[in-house]
Design a protein around this ligand. Structure first.
Ligand SMILES: NC(=O)c1ccc[n+]([C@@H]2O[C@H](COP(=O)([O-])OP(=O)(O)OC[C@H]3O[C@@H](n4cnc5c(N)ncnc54)[C@H](OP(=O)(O)O)[C@@H]3O)[C@@H](O)[C@H]2O)c1
Length: 437
């Protein structure tokens, strides 16, 4: 009963007999960090085209707020929102199963959906976009990547005239906070993590962030929206940042570089090269300059060249702005059907076999001939050493040094790494990072 196409605004007749456009009815499901901020924006009276009519959350009584108008319905039953005359459902509960059910039911009922749920969109985005298109409604997820940074709307509108072939980003604020703190204060990884947790930038169990799970879900969404490729997050290799040591920043500095967690996807001749993990990047590059918990996304297009998007990647307020922007986009019926829903989506082969220069950091028990043995293995695999770096002042029993390699494919380096790691003078696994120039 609430269904109206995105291009056809509901008309109401006022007392003077003139037609006016009625506000679009919005139901909010999930009234937590982001949901509450979305509610505040919708209730501040400045968005005439949007009217918050329902707020749904489990055990909703404890969520009630004095600033919410009396005519808003509070409920803990998502089904009652589906049965109502709400036109746009905002899913902000997070997680997978319950959120997926809510989104599917809303779309099946002809209601458009706005969500900030990266895990849901990364796994089911292509399918849900089709369901939305079949039901004549919209699915928007602009807040699911880079929080308040409007990179997904830019891919949908400002850059859709280009043909993008590459997207790279600092997509996880927790990792960027930790790496830039190690860089700035030369503290151990464990101390930087504790600090991030104390400041609320990292969860108690931060594995999803540190090991790349969060960033690769976002990369899958960017690849869908910008490169029109269907990528399962699990098919993208993710390397952890846990092994990065403060000494790596000293060696990176020798190479005029620093270290950041980079998510990158390059579409080349039908193969999507994609990976998430710590990389060396030039200190004076856009990536090298991103500090603390900010996000940066760079896009590369055939015609428009490179574009950069920088800003707050998380937080209730910036994320709520992205959600409300999506709501306005749907309510104003600006787009008709989403481009993503109608553009053909390809399913390319996924590869992490990038060709780059490499940084290899060893921690060894010192003995004569170490470099010669490593050089022999590298030469046997056809790999060229670019430089050998060794800083003075370390114990001979735990000596760090670095070998950098000229560009080669990951697949060429891998067997050599296995052989080098088996040598008995190693006291830690070799840390191997791509150098992005
Ligand atoms: N926070 C950010 O900075 C940020 C940034 C970008 C994207 N996002 C995304 O935005 C979404 C919401 O994040 P958030 O930080 O607002 O999470 P949150 O603070 O945990 O809020 C989720 C809310 O949903 C409620 N809820 C959970 N499961 C429910 C269910 N099955 N039925 C009804 N209510 C349920 C929770 O109730 P309880 O109070 O009982 O837990 C809570 O109030 C997530 O998808 C997240 O990934 C968040």
């Amino acid at each position: 009963m609430a269904k109206r196409s995105s291009n056809t605004a509901t008309k109401a007749v006022d007392n003077g007999g003139e037609e006016q456009t009625a506000a679009c009815r919005v139901g909010l499901i999930g009234f937590g960090t982001v949901g509450r901020e979305v509610g505040k924006i919708l209730c501040d009276g400045s968005r005439k085209g949007l009217r918050l009519t329902h707020i749904c959350n489990r055990n909703v009584e404890r969520k009630k707020q004095p600033w919410v108008p009396d005519d808003v319905v509070w409920t803990d039953d998502p089904e009652s929102v589906m049965r109502s005359d709400v036109e746009i459902v905002v899913e902000l509960i997070g997680g997978l199963d319950a959120a997926e059910q809510i989104v599917r039911k809303a779309l099946a009922a002809g209601k458009s959906v706005v969500t900030a749920n990266k895990q849901l969109i990364a796994r089911h985005g292509p399918d849900l976009l089709q369901v939305a298109a079949r039901n004549g409604c919209q699915l928007e997820f602009g807040a699911s990547v880079a929080g308040g940074v409007p990179v997904l709307p830019a891919l949908r509108t400002g850059l859709c005239g280009d043909r993008l072939h590459g997207i790279a980003g600092i997509l996880n604020g927790t990792c960027n906070y930790i790496l830039s703190r190690i860089e700035g204060a030369r503290i151990p990884f464990s101390e930087a993590l504790e600090e991030a947790q104390a400041r609320g930038y990292a969860e108690a169990d931060a594995s999803e962030d540190l090991d790349g799970g969060d960033a690769r879900a976002k990369l899958a969404i960017l690849a869908l929206a910008g490169l029109h490729t269907r990528v399962l997050p699990e098919s993208v290799r993710a390397r952890t940042i846990r092994a990065v040591d403060s000494v790596d920043f000293d060696y990176a500095a020798e190479l005029a570089c620093t270290i950041r967690q980079i998510s990158r996807a390059d579409l080349k001749a039908g193969t999507l090269f994609a990976e998430v993990g710590p990389c060396l990047v030039p200190s004076d590059s856009p990536f090298g300059r991103v500090q603390r918990n900010l996000n940066l996304v760079l896009t590369s297009g055939q015609y428009g060249g490179d574009m950069a998007f920088l800003g707050a990647g998380a937080g209730g307020d910036p994320t709520a702005v992205a959600v409300v922007s999506d709501l306005m986009f749907v309510a104003q019926g600006l787009a008709g059907q989403r481009r993503d829903a109608t553009s053909p989506v390809s399913t390319p082969a996924i590869s992490s076999d990038f060709e780059t220069a490499w940084y290899l950091r060893f921690f060894v028990r010192d003995q004569p001939g170490i470099v010669a043995r490593l050089a022999e293995i590298l030469a046997a695999h056809g790999l060229n050493i670019d430089s050998v770096l060794q800083k003075p002042g370390f114990e001979k029993s735990s000596l760090p040094f670095v070998i950098t390699l000229e560009p080669c494919r990951d697949s060429m380096l891998h067997p050599a790494l296995e052989q080098m790691s088996a040598l008995d003078f190693n006291i830690r696994p070799c840390l191997c990072l791509p150098i992005l120039r």
